[in-house]
Design a protein around this ligand. Structure first.
Ligand code: FES
Length: 202
């Protein structure tokens, strides 16, 4: 599993944009008086979205003030959950699932490809800064294993050759099509198969 990395380079300040202030206030209003701190995870997520997909320490301090809670508590939440990035990530952020179903279907070949084409170590930017990758636990699409997530999209039914093309596209700044790379619709069977007897497993 990946190790949480906090960026050594940090901006001096962070504030929610006016649009995000409105969103944050709306989220906070969902909680009873005195329980505003329950919005901390949602606010961290908004901060990450606003700041190119990573959360600087200044954002945690901003959220602590916003929710009137100790900074260390915001820090604890941000450093605990793997969904929060605490250092800059690529414009195309790869999350490679290596939990058992994906691992059995070749996930580590995908990891090796990320190492050779993006960066030797996870959490490091590619030379042109376009991509970065990280190993993650199950992303809930095991039936389409092996799979990866790039930003908000799921890329499924992969193999080394297919991922190689995807990586080349993203290194060139192009966004590949998300979904199954064996032509399936979501997790439906291939070849329009309706029963287990119709065709042998692909
Ligand atoms: S094991 Fe990879 S998505 Fe579940």
């Amino acid at each position: 599993m990946s190790v949480k990395k906090i960026s050594k380079e940090q901006p001096d300040s962070f504030e929610f944009s006016s649009g995000n202030v409105d969103i944050a206030k709306k989220i906070i209003s969902n909680y009873p008086d005195g329980k505003e701190q329950s919005a901390v995870m949602a606010l961290l997520y908004i901060a990450q979205r606003q700041n190119n997909n990573w959360i600087p320490l200044a954002a945690m301090k901003h959220i602590a003030k916003f929710l009137n809670m100790p900074y260390i508590k915001v820090y604890e939440v941000a450093t605990f959950y793997s969904m929060y990035n605490l250092a800059p990530v690529g414009k195309y952020f790869y999350q490679v699932c290596t939990t058992t179903p994906c691992m059995l279907r070749g996930a580590y070949k995908l990891v090796e490809l990320c190492k050779s084409k993006i960066s030797k170590k996870e959490n490091e930017l590619s030379e042109n800064g376009n991509c970065s990758w990280v190993e993650v636990e199950c992303l809930g699409a095991c039936v389409n294993a092996p799979m990866i997530q790039i930003n908000d999209g799921y890329y499924e039914d992969l193999d080394k050759e297919k991922l190689e093309k995807i990586i080349d596209q993203t290194l060139n700044g192009e966004t590949p099509k998300a979904g199954s790379y064996r032509g399936r619709t979501n997790s439906e069977p291939e070849h329009d198969r309706k029963t287990l007897m119709e065709l042998k497993n692909a």
